[in-house]
Ligand binder design. Sequence first.
Ligand code: HEC
Ligand code: HEC
Ligand code: HEC
Ligand code: HEC
Ligand code: HEC
Ligand code: HEC
Ligand code: HEC
Length: 342
Amino acid sequence: MRKWFGYILIATVLVFDNSVLAIVPFPGRTGRAIQQDTTGYVSPFRDQNERCFKCHGQSKYEYSNENLGLTVKALMCSERIVDRNQFYSSNHKSFSCTDCHSEGYAEFPHPGELRMEQKFNCLDCHGGDPAYEKYQFEEIDSEYRQSTHFKLEKEGFSCWKCHNPHYYKLNIRDNKNISEAVIYDNNLCLNCHANFKNFQLLTDAMEINIVREHNWLPNQSSHFKSVRCIECHAKANDTLLVAHLIKPKEEAVRGCNECHSKNSILMSSLYKHLSKEERKSNGFVNAVMLNQSYVIGANRNEYLNLISLIIFGLVLLAIAVHIIFRIKSSIKAKGGDNVSVS
Ligand code: HEC
Ligand code: HEC
Ligand code: HEC
Ligand code: HEC
Ligand code: HEC
Ligand code: HEC
Ligand code: HEC
């Protein structure tokens, strides 16, 4: 019985105390051998890109070594694999690989000097272009220059480090599903802050354990699924849809009331993109707007409530069964040889 009680306790802990990193799915680059994309998007450069994808599209590639007269098979390291599906779903899906990379890459082995190639940055293409005015690239750039990561530019930090050149896709702007957008945005930070391989490229600092650093936050995994890192770490910005000024850690939001109050900071960050209409039809934001007594977090998830009730019931049951067995065995003991068990 004691064993069962233990199992149920462990199950309870697993349900409620799941580590954030195990829950948040990570869109890492996998080495799966996908041969064809399944996005349905037809790129004007599909064939041209296949020249690159035939090696960079999966974990195995081949080339013919003319000196040896052999076809050599080798493994492509995961960092150099570009997933077709994610590329053909990204903002830059209509691009040819050689719009951003030198045509020289069509050759293999790639000429050594290409490693020294200067890469375009976002503003090279988007800066001063009225077509992209609504994104406010210049304002974002100036925020980035004041952010804590900017000091790492000389180590190689750039907009591309958060905006994966092959996969970046607009999210919060046109995603009605807030939790999906939260996960997308948080994974973008966790790509370094939960992946030491990438983190160490930019600093000699020790690995930061994100879960431990946020132990002060109750229901951490639940918070990390409902709010973005930037809610607490970026300086509020009235005009930008996505604030880009990441502050030093000392200035991060810690007060529960900043969010759990009538004038929550989330109204001008995470929920900013929802129009008034959508806010009205969205249950919980609706409550914030219309019912002044509403406080974020006060209405709990019904399923969680149900699960916790069931688990509570199971625990009670286990205790009851346990007690019955104790009483039974003590009666047996008493009846058997008159030894009192208290
Ligand atoms: C025959 C296989 C093959 C083909 C085809 C190929 N690559 Fe590569 N590519 C590699 C390998 C292997 C590496 C890693 C070794 C190296 O850097 O040469 C690499 C490295 C790279 C790198 C990283 C270089 C660096 O600085 O680290 C880029 C960028 C690149 N390839 C782009 C392309 C583009 C763009 C195309 C298509 C025009 C292409 N490759 C076609 C095999 C290939
Ligand atoms: C919008 C511009 C852009 C397009 C389009 C693009 N790349 Fe890249 N690529 C970059 C940038 C920028 C980097 C360097 C990223 C960095 O410094 O973190 C890069 C890096 C790479 C690397 C080195 C490994 C890595 O991820 O850092 C490979 C390999 C590569 N690209 C292959 C490709 C292939 C294959 C395609 C076409 C399917 C492609 N690229 C299309 C901008 C682009
Ligand atoms: C080589 C030029 C080039 C570079 C570099 C570049 N972009 Fe783009 N970007 C474009 C073009 C062209 C489009 C439009 C593509 C289309 O409509 O198919 C685009 C589309 C976009 C879109 C979608 C716009 C929309 O309204 O659909 C966003 C967002 C975006 N880029 C952000 C970025 C960011 C952030 C960076 C840097 C990390 C960047 N771009 C780097 C040329 C570039
Ligand atoms: C520390 C990480 C980080 C860096 C560095 C960064 N961004 Fe972003 N950026 C984000 C996040 C997170 C989002 C939100 C993505 C989403 O949900 O659409 C975003 C969104 C954007 C958007 C879309 C905003 C909108 O209105 O929809 C643009 C444009 C953009 N970034 C440009 C840039 C440019 C330009 C740079 C470099 C000067 C840059 N970013 C550097 C994290 C970063
Ligand atoms: C490309 C890797 C990378 C990405 C992506 C990234 N970071 Fe960082 N971040 C770092 C590194 C490296 C440091 C500096 C560690 C050091 O040297 O102290 C850092 C430092 C920080 C700090 C502490 C800054 C200080 O001055 O105290 C915060 C907070 C932070 N990042 C938040 C974020 C957030 C939020 C995001 C996503 C929007 C993000 N980071 C995305 C690599 C990254
Ligand atoms: C509810 C607010 C909140 C959220 C959400 C949040 N953080 Fe933090 N974060 C903080 C506070 C407060 C600190 C502690 C600052 C201090 O130590 O004084 C901190 C510390 C950090 C540090 C610095 C640790 C160090 O010792 O250098 C990093 C890096 C960091 N957070 C990244 C993230 C990332 C990545 C996410 C998203 C997955 C995130 N944070 C989500 C509030 C938050
Ligand atoms: C950056 C904003 C933010 C901060 C800061 C913040 N919370 Fe939350 N919290 C949220 C959001 C959003 C939810 C989810 C609300 C919902 O789904 O209704 C939440 C949910 C909760 C829940 C319910 C958890 C659950 O599983 O349903 C509790 C309890 C909670 N927060 C306590 C706190 C405490 C205590 C602090 C301060 C130490 C704090 N929060 C700080 C935004 C925040």
